[in-house]
Design a protein around this ligand. Structure first.
Ligand code: P6P
Length: 343
């Protein structure tokens, strides 16, 4: 392996570490840089475990049920523990919220240590792992604003527009680390030959409009009239308006939104009528929808509930669910017209 000027590995491209260091003028916060590098490092450990899950007994469920009432997977618990330890080790994080933990975890008794609050979904879409499907880690970073144990109410339940960084890791045919720290969205692909993330998708911009919609069509009869009319419109043939859209649905939010980010279109998880636990959809605001919405907005897209910008929502509880329409600006705006009675 040769190196060129400034330690950049000429034949391997720009690594995540080099990128974050080079971005100093746009990225002055050394602590945030260190935190993102630690998340990147931890994701490489998780990537290996995901890849070997079937061989090391990480498939299947533990028999326990999480706060969401969902079967907990061996991989969920293991990856949560790995991420918690990794964040604690940095001494940069005072509190963590996770899909796998009912309450926020404070790393020191008085929450005086660590500048950041990190919300994570350790392995999103883990039900796909048993069938060798794509899964992902989603992370959201906010600054701690308060002090002492009472700071949770002010610091964890912050709006998505308070995030200072967010992103995801997609464990698919290749492992891809995508993040934004409020200026651009960059994607890195794990180069197994050197064990480093290498810049593969610089300055990602989502197409203004796409040709794909992504939603679990099986929930059609539980949707509101507006949702059904919007999906019927997208799937109806009409050459003049470039319809029908193609339908793609992996059932793994990271996979579906990564495709949407690269190719355009929109991903939806609407609320359901009938008063069940999915009245506000299935996906959680703090550690799934807000971070993914932040990334998509930074790439020029939009993230909405249908009537409200996701990043403007004031969270009221840690595991709060919200309806999601996220993707190309023109496509999200189109669907919002159905929810606003303009179509
Ligand atoms: P459904 C995975 O379980 C997940 O949390 C997201 O990754 C995904 O978008 C969604 O749920 C899929 O849910 O109800 O369509 O199986």
């Amino acid at each position: 392996m040769t190196t060129g000027n400034e330690g950049q590995m000429i034949d391997k491209g720009i690594t995540l570490a080099r990128h974050l260091l080079d971005d100093r003028q746009k990225f002055p916060d050394g602590e945030l840089r260190a935190l993102l590098l630690q998340i990147g490092l931890t994701s490489k450990v998780i990537a290996h475990e995901v890849n070997q899950a079937a061989l090391v007994g990480r498939l299947g469920t533990t028999g326990e049920v999480n706060i969401q009432g969902e079967q907990m997977k061996h991989l969920d618990l293991w990856s949560n523990e790995v991420l918690v330890n990794a964040m604690k080790e940095t001494r940069l994080v005072c509190t963590m919220v996770s899909e796998e933990m009912e309450e926020p975890l404070h790393f020191d008794r008085n929450c005086l240590d660590g500048s950041y609050v990190v919300c994570i979904d350790p392995v999103d879409g883990s039900s796909n792992i048993d069938v060798n499907g794509t899964v992902g880690t989603i992370f959201s970073v906010r600054r701690r604003r308060g002090q002492g144990r009472d700071h949770v109410a002010t610091d964890v339940l912050q709006k998505g527009n308070e995030q200072v960084a967010a992103g995801y890791v997609m464990y698919g045919p290749s492992t891809v680390f995508v993040y934004s720290a409020g200026r651009e969205v960059h994607g890195f692909t794990l180069d197994q030959t050197i064990g480093e993330y290498v810049l593969s998708h610089p300055a990602i911009r989502i197409p203004q409009r796409g040709k794909i919609y992504s939603v679990n069509q099986g929930n059609y009869h539980r949707w509101s009239e507006q949702t059904r009319r919007a999906v019927d419109y997208l799937s109806a043939p009409d050459k003049a308006t470039g319809r029908p859209y193609s339908h793609r649905y992996v059932g793994s939010m990271v996979a579906d939104i990564h495709r949407t980010l690269i190719e355009g279109g929109l991903f939806m998880y609407p609320g359901e009528v009938g008063g069940g636990r999915k009245a506000s959809g299935k996906l959680r605001l703090l550690y799934e929808v807000a971070p993914m919405g932040y990334v998509v907005e930074q790439a020029g897209g939009r993230a909405s509930t249908g009537t409200e910008r996701i990043l403007d929502i004031q969270p009221s509880e840690y595991h709060q669910r919200v309806p999601v329409i996220i993707g190309s600006a023109d496509d999200v705006a189109l669907v919002e017209e159905f929810y606003r009675g303009q179509r």
